[in-house]
Design a protein around this ligand. Sequence first.
Ligand code: GRF
Length: 216
Amino acid sequence: MKNIVVLISGRGSNLKAIIDAIESGKINAKISLVLSNKKDAKGLEIAKIHGIKAKFVDPAFFASRKGYDIYIAELIRKEEPDLIVLAGYMRILSDEFIEAFEGKIVNIHPSLVPAFQGKKAQKQALDFGSLITGCSVHFVTKELDNGPVIIQAAVPVMPEDTEESLSERILQYEHRIYPQAIKWILEGRVYVEGRKVIVKGAKYGSIPINPSLEDF
Ligand code: GRF
C-alpha cells in the first residue's frame, strides 16, 4: 500500500480531509507519520485520534534550518514514503531537503498561484481587491509556492469578506482538491513535463475547478 508522510504546523484541517478520504476508502493509502514543527499543533491530536504516529520535532534544538531538515529527512526516509504532503507546514524547506525528495513533495497554497505567493495569501488577495482568488495544489520546488500546478479551484471574493470569511470559503475547496490531487498522484496518473502537469484521463476545461474533481 502507498504511504504518505504529512508535515504540519497548525490546525490540520487539510490533514483531516486527507484522513477522511483514506478512511472512506477514496484514497488507497496510509499515513505512517505526521510531523510538526509546532508543539501545540492541533493536527497532532487529530493524527493521534486516528491512530497515526504523530511527532513534534522542536526547531529550537537545531542550530540551523539545514540541521533541522537533515534530522526530519532521516525520520521521513525511514517511513519510505511515496509522497510527502505539506498541509499548512509553515516552515521553508531547505534546498537539500527538497533535492532529497525531488518530485515527491506536494503543497497546497490558498491562492491561484503564481498570484499571492508567501504568507497571508487570502489577505493579499483582499488587499489587492481581487474578485476571484482560490487555491492550488502544486509540486514543491526550491522556489516558494512556485512549483508545477496539479489542480486549482477558483473562489469568488465578496464585498463584505474579511480575511477569515474568505479563508473559510477557500478552505472548503482546499479540502476537496488536496485529497483529489493526492489520489491522482498515488494512482500514477500525474505526469510532469517541465512546468506542465498532466493528469492522465482527467477532464480539463471546467470552471471553477480545473481539472474536474472525480471523487470529492
Ligand atoms: C491552509 O489554508 C493551506 O492552504 C495553507 O495553510 C493552511 C493550513 O490549514 N498552506 P490547515 O492546518 O490544513 O487547517
